[in-house]
Write a protein that binds this ligand. Structure first.
Ligand code: AP5
Length: 209
């Protein structure tokens, strides 16, 4: 299965990709995670990406197309993968198509803007392993600590309400047109992302059949 999870920031792409990845035994490839790792490691790509990410803007296509192309050549991708947060522009989608990848499904998680702004204020992320929590819908067992590795839970630097609003604007102008791109190819399935997590997982599984 070669899948894309589309949707606005905070729609639940990463949360659902982690669940579906385990079920299908295929890796999730998140450009957001890759860029945050590059920032942490202080690489030239990380330094370049940071200014765009902190401003809620997209990192330039050539950077993304380069890192995703390299990642997809790795051996764990040979039986399929989930792309989380990529492609995000028509140029990125065309680059993936031109490299010969035929996606089985493109799942678009639909959540309204106001629900997103509210949801993002409760997100916490493990500084060590990247696991995602929510103060109301998915709280950790011990306050401030990751259930998986005991790492410290932090607020992502781009989750401030004003940055979230900028990211939503960018989503509507740059990324939402991808729905039409993949609908024309018969691959798009829209799933309500504003239901509880288990119901959203079930709806995604139904869309994969
Ligand atoms: P990225 O890391 O990809 O962020 P995003 O797409 O904006 O998405 P998020 O990770 O914020 O949200 P999500 O949909 O994964 O939701 P989550 O599951 O965490 O990108 C960050 C930045 O990197 C971009 O702004 C850009 O600058 C750059 N970038 C990355 N890829 C790029 C690309 N291809 N091109 C150019 N630039 C790129 O859930 C959110 C919260 O809600 C969590 O707390 C979760 O627990 C909770 N939650 C999840 N589901 C539910 C539910 N059903 N009910 C209640 N709460 C829920």
């Amino acid at each position: 299965m070669k899948l894309i999870f589309l949707g606005p920031p905070g729609a639940g792409k990463g949360t659902q990709a982690a669940i579906i990845s385990k079920k299908l035994n295929i890796p999730t490839i998140s450009t957001g995670e890759m860029l945050r790792a590059a920032i942490k490691a202080g690489t030239p790509i990380g330094l370049k990406a940071k200014t765009f990410m902190d401003a809620g803007k997209l990192v330039p296509d050539e950077v993304i197309i380069g890192i995703i192309g390299q990642r997809l050549e790795e051996s764990d991708c040979k039986d399929g993968f989930i792309l989380d947060g990529v492609p995000r522009t028509i140029a990125q989608a065309e680059a993936l198509e031109n490299s010969g990848i035929d996606f089985d499904r493109v799942i678009s998680l639909e959540v309204g803007d106001e629900a997103i702004v509210k949801r993002m204020s409760g997100r916490r992320v493990c500084a060590k392993c990247g696991a995602t929590y929510h103060m109301e819908s998915k709280p950790p067992k011990a306050e401030g600590l990751c259930d998986e590795c005991g790492g410290e839970l932090t607020v992502r630097s781009d989750d401030k309400p004003e940055t979230v609003r900028d990211r939503l604007k960018v989503y509507h102008s740059e990324t939402e047109p991808l729905k039409e791109f993949y609908a024309k190819r018969g691959r798009l399935r829209e799933v309500h992302g504003d239901q509880d997590m288990a119901a959203a997982t079930k709806a995604i599984e139904e869309a994969l059949v």
